[in-house]
Design a protein around this ligand. Structure first.
Ligand SMILES: *[C@@H]1O[C@H](CO)[C@@H](O)[C@H](O)[C@H]1NC(C)=O
Ligand SMILES: *[C@@H]1O[C@H](CO)[C@@H](O)[C@H](O)[C@H]1NC(C)=O
Ligand SMILES: *[C@@H]1O[C@H](CO)[C@@H](O)[C@H](O)[C@H]1NC(C)=O
Ligand SMILES: *[C@@H]1O[C@H](CO)[C@@H](O)[C@H](O)[C@H]1NC(C)=O
Length: 465
């Protein structure tokens, strides 16, 4: 008996000690936290940093900067990185410079100085936007000049702000304003490049677009535990290391074998779920099927949208029509999409929002004439990789406004290849920007019935969250 109670006392003492230790740590980290936002040249945006606390706990066990940076470097580049402390990798889509050395960032973020005593200064230029193959996009992106080497001749300015986590430098220009490009060329590449840092990094945004930063504030504040830095005011920021440019895999894709930390598209979806506070994980949680119809204004419009909605409602769907202006408030729109079991839309950027659909939901893409390749590669394959069921509705020539405009004997209708062979702009003007759709309701109904059957038999077997 006595032994028993002594053990109890010991246990209690131990527990009290543990609680005290946790409290002491908590206080230490808390005070560290409070210093973070806003006071180091950071750009403050209001956002609940509700998960900062849990991220901070993780940080406790985080690897040193060198290890985190090294994971971004592969193959021959790694040998170089280990001897010189930097690497510059370039492929078809992106250029990424990684420095495990103190860097100085100035000139609106467009000059990065990396000291290296033993070599004469080498200049490199990186455009930190992941669409290198697209000249039109890249023209909009300011080049970042990297000065690497001995600084005797050209000494860098003194630091205004000294940070103690890695800088990740990227541009918010390029094709921003188009949600596909925003996700494809910035948001997903940011996740690929930085998720394994577990928030211990600061974003330095060149070509700073406040609207873009506001729109994606939730993503940015869940990838970094610090405010983003807008270097436009001319101040000089010093960091212990830097990544300039973002890694890219494929259209709305994450290649699990090629990302530090082995994250997958499912991890990215889970990350979005947390960031946007989305409630529905699997489509089976939605009782009555809800269909979101993506409504377009400029081209590839549904000319008989009212009739389509009526038919959908008759089939038992609750229909939500998504107008383009609803999509600019992503925080709200992501939640709206997440409550839907089916998304229907003509090929176009709005379909990128499929990323917010719950797992097992059905994505129906309406494919205008000649846009098969783009449809499959930009939204179809990605939908499958996101755990959605993907259905494609290829229109018949009669369902295209081009049929009425040109007539059935015109090459635009009976020999599209001849138009396509005239080049990108010729093709674009006719089929991408000049085509509207009048859907054959009887034929389209079949695909919606198929969607309904998929939902009825759907079970949350592949639920990940
Ligand atoms: C750096 O460059 C200056 C001028 O070219 C030279 O005098 C100096 O020796 C160099 N320093 C080192 C460490 O190589
Ligand atoms: C980083 O800087 C903050 C203040 O800017 C400081 O409180 C913290 O201890 C530093 N952390 C490390 C790991 O040096
Ligand atoms: C940065 O520091 C320099 C020199 O120390 C100073 O002249 C300049 O005003 C500072 N800039 C900012 C934005 O604080
Ligand atoms: C994923 O990355 C690995 C390693 O870089 C590569 O071998 C593989 O082909 C990639 N897979 C896809 C689908 O791109």
């Amino acid at each position: 008996m006595k032994k028993e109670s002594r053990r109890l006392v010991n246990c209690a003492a131990l527990a009290i000690c543990l609680v005290l230790i946790v409290l002491v740590y908590a206080t230490l980290f808390q005070s560290n936290d409070l210093k973070l936002p806003g006071n180091e040249g950071g750009y403050r945006l209001s956002d609940s940093r509700s998960n900062l606390w849990s991220e901070r706990i993780n940080i406790d066990a985080v690897d040193p900067q060198e290890f985190l940076l090294r994971r971004l470097v592969r193959g021959d580049d790694r040998v170089r990185f280990e001897s010189n402390g930097f690497s510059c990798h370039t492929d078809v889509h992106s250029e990424v410079f990684v420095a495990n050395k103190p860097v100085r960032i100035f000139n609106k973020g467009l000059t990065v100085y990396v000291p290296h005593d033993d070599q004469p200064q080498v200049k490199r230029t990186v455009k930190p936007y992941a669409r290198k193959e697209d000249e039109t996009a890249m023209e909009l992106v300011s080049p970042v000049q990297i000065l690497h080497g001995n600084s005797t001749i050209n000494p860098p300015p003194a630091c205004n702000f000294t940070h103690n986590v890695t800088a990740v430098v990227f541009s918010s220009k390029g094709f921003t304003g188009n949600v596909f490009h925003e996700l494809n060329e910035i948001i997903i590449p940011l996740f690929i490049t930085t998720r394994h840092f577990r928030s211990r990094l600061k974003f330095v945004i060149t070509d700073f677009e406040l609207r873009w930063v506001r729109k994606y504030n939730r993503v940015l504040s869940h990838l970094s535990g610090y405010d983003v830095i807008n270097p436009d005011d001319g101040s000089v920021h010093c960091f212990p290391g830097a990544v300039i440019g973002l890694k890219y895999h494929n259209n709305l894709a994450i290649n699990i074998t090629d990302i530090p930390g082995g994250y997958s598209m499912f991890d990215f979806k889970h990350f979005l779920k947390e960031s946007y506070n989305l409630k529905t994980s699997h489509v089976s949680e939605i009782r009555k099927p809800v269909l979101m119809l993506i409504s377009r204004r400029n081209s590839r419009r549904f000319l008989n949208e009212e009739d389509m909605v009526e038919m959908m409602e008759k089939l038992g769907f609750r229909v939500k029509r998504a107008e383009p202006e609803m999509m600019s408030n992503l925080d709200e729109f992501a939640e709206a999409v997440n409550t839907c079991s089916v998304m229907v839309g003509a090929h176009g950027a709005g379909l990128t929002n499929e990323i917010f659909l719950p797992t097992g939901a059905v994505m129906v893409q309406v494919v205008p004439l000649t846009l098969e390749w783009a449809a499959t590669n930009y939204f179809g394959e990605p939908a499958k990789a996101m755990g959605l069921r993907y259905l494609e509705y290829m229109i018949e020539p009669e369902e295209s406004s081009l049929f009425d405009a040109y007539g059935k004997d015109h090459p635009v209708i009976n020999d599209p290849k001849s138009v396509i062979s005239k080049g990108y702009y010729a093709h674009r003007a006719v089929y991408v920007d000049g085509q509207d759709l009048k859907i054959n309701l009887e034929r389209f109904k079949k695909i919606l019935i198929e969607a309904k059957q998929i939902l009825e038999t759907s079970t949350p077997f592949n639920r990940r969250t």
